[in-house]
Design a protein around this ligand. Structure first.
Ligand code: BES
Ligand code: MN
Ligand code: ZN
Length: 499
């Protein structure tokens, strides 16, 4: 979709469809008042009939609104003005764009109205609109050879402002929104790709492509490199699979003499559970068990595209978790890169095993902070469902900043306690630790396990098992992989720069 900003009088512009976001309050806000006048009270009629009231996420389309030059008018409800948020704007544009595509409309326009919100910056609002529309239109259809009907696609969207001075600000918002949406779409693509395509090698290729296009240094450690390093915990998981494991490192360091922020993303390209095999039902969703890694990869790409002046190191420990004659077995003991020994109780608790070595490894960069992102536990799905990312960590400052970024992006995080009193649950009789702590507090014991591989560096763990994948459509997240975490991390980085 081509997105343009144009100076003009939106009421008078010809278009196949004009999308106008409106609040539910009466008397009408300025744009609606103008339209109502032009259409001789038709909008009042519609509101009075109750067919459309401007409630949040409501969408209403009608044809040939005499008086307007547009062929169709789409009213998109924003609900109550005092409850306005940027994420609601994203949701509104996500729903509207999907509706417009369904109609088969190829080109549409929308006015950039001043005063939608007093507290938000104009550029941020444009960015949110673009994100909502682009993310709402996302489709994963590389493998569809028999299209049921002709694929509908919106070709162009024109944002119209009557204030020429606003054009360049709006264009910046469009650009940022587009880069971020494309980053999220890349993460979604990788998560939606089946495991026979999105292998550890494919993730490594993806990283190399980023390295070729942007100032990002990419290093891939092969199995032999990891053996020399003694990454026994990661290699323990990789042992069950014939797909070569890859330890993918991306370094984006535009700032001289500054410590990096380290991002570590769980990249299990398929999690069968291993010898502790998962049930067949919904096992196919485990192709998305690399969503944390996909988010880290995309975040670094987006940061480089936006030229963010912040040093980043991203690590993706990538492997499959499969049962085989060479796979680890319950009771096996692994020696991690840190030297700590781990008794494997359940081979399906593989995420923490690969993260343990990645977290140890990333210390060599002396990072200012470490954030890891992982589809780590089913328990976080039980605790928070699809509404929040589970957050645990050692730094109140980091947690606070992630919370704020979560509110802004709609990728909300919710904290669980990381108390030392949970540690006895994962103490082993025969090794330093065991890799599961039983049924209770599953998300917490997993995080406590990870915490044992962190020295004195501020650290936060984000468990995205409940938010990486949706079985039904949301406003700007079509069902399937959600590309969760990219917008959260980018917002976190942008806000860190504004401090
Ligand atoms: N990848 C899974 C967690 C998961 C569950 C992700 C549901 C997405 C949706 C993880 O590797 C896993 O299997 N965790 C186990 C740990 C248990 C064996 C201690 C779990 O949560 O059941
Ligand atoms: Mn597992
Ligand atoms: Zn897993």
């Amino acid at each position: 979709m081509d997105i343009k900003v144009k100076k003009g009088r939106w009421l008078q512009e010809p278009a196949d469809l004009l999308l106008v976001p409106v609040f539910e309050e009466k008397p009408f806000d300025a744009p609606l008042k103008a339209i109502d006048k032009l259409l001789k009270g038709k909008i009042s009629e519609i509101f009075d009939s109750g067919e459309f009231k401007g409630k949040a996420k409501e969408v209403f389309v009608f044809h040939a609104p005499g008086g307007l030059k547009a062929k169709r008018l789409l009213l998109a409800g924003l609900g109550e003005r005092k409850k306005f948020t940027l994420d609601l704007l994203r949701e509104t544009f996500g729903k509207s764009a999907a509706a417009i595509r369904k109609l088969g409309v190829k080109r549409f326009s929308s006015p950039l109205i001043e005063g939608l919100s007093k507290k938000d910056k104009f550029r941020d609002m444009v960015q949110s609109m673009v994100e909502g529309a682009m993310l709402g239109l996302y489709e994963f259809n590389f493998y569809k050879t028999e299209s049921e009907e002709e694929r509908k696609e919106i070709e162009a969207w024109t944002l119209i402002t009557d204030d020429g001075k606003k054009v360049s600000e709006a264009e910046k918002g469009v650009k940022i929104g587009r880069i971020i949406s494309e980053g999220v779409s890349l993460a979604r693509d990788l998560g939606n790709e089946p495991s026979n395509a999105a292998t550890p090698s494919r993730l490594a290729e993806e990283a190399k492509t980023i390295g070729n296009e942007f100032p990002v240094r990419v290093t891939i450690l092969e199995r032999q490199d990891m053996e020399e390093l003694k990454m026994g915990s990661f290699l323990g998981v990789a042992r069950g699979s014939e797909e070569p494991p890859k330890f993918i490192i991306l370094e984006y360091t535009p700032v001289k003499n500054a410590k990096p922020i380290a991002l570590v993303g769980k990249s299990v390209t398929f999690d069968s559970g291993g010898i502790s095999l998962k049930p067949a039902e919904k096992m196919e969703q485990m192709k998305g068990d690399m969503s944390g890694g996909a988010a880290v990869l995309s975040t670094i790409k987006v940061a480089a595209q936006l030229n963010l002046p912040v040093n980043l190191v991203g690590i993706l420990p990538a492997t499959e978790n499969l049962p085989s004659g060479t796979a680890i077995k319950p009771g096996d003991i692994l020696t991690s890169l840190s030297g700590k020994t781990i008794e494997v109780i359940n081979t399906d608790a593989e995420g923490r095993l690969i993260l343990a070595d990645a977290l140890t490894y990333v210390h060599r960069y002396k990072p200012e902070a470490i954030i890891d992102m992982a589809t780590l536990t089913g328990a976080v799905v039980i605790a928070l469902g699809g509404e929040a990312i589970g957050m645990l960590g050692t730094s109140d400052d980091l947690k606070e900043r992630l919370k704020k970024a979560g509110e802004k992006t709609g990728e909300r995080v919710w904290e669980l306690p990381l108390w030392e009193s949970y540690y006895p649950l994962i103490k082993s009789d025969v090794a330093d630790m065991k890799n599961t702590g039983g049924r209770s507090a599953g998300t917490i014991t997993a995080a406590v396990f990870l915490s044992k591989f962190i020295d004195d560096i501020p650290w936060v763990h984000l468990d995205i098992a409940g938010t990486a994948w949706f079985e039904t459509d949301r406003s700007y997240i079509p069902k399937g992989n959600a590309g969760t975490g990219v917008r959260l991390l980018i917002q976190f980085l942008i806000d860190s720069l504004r401090r």
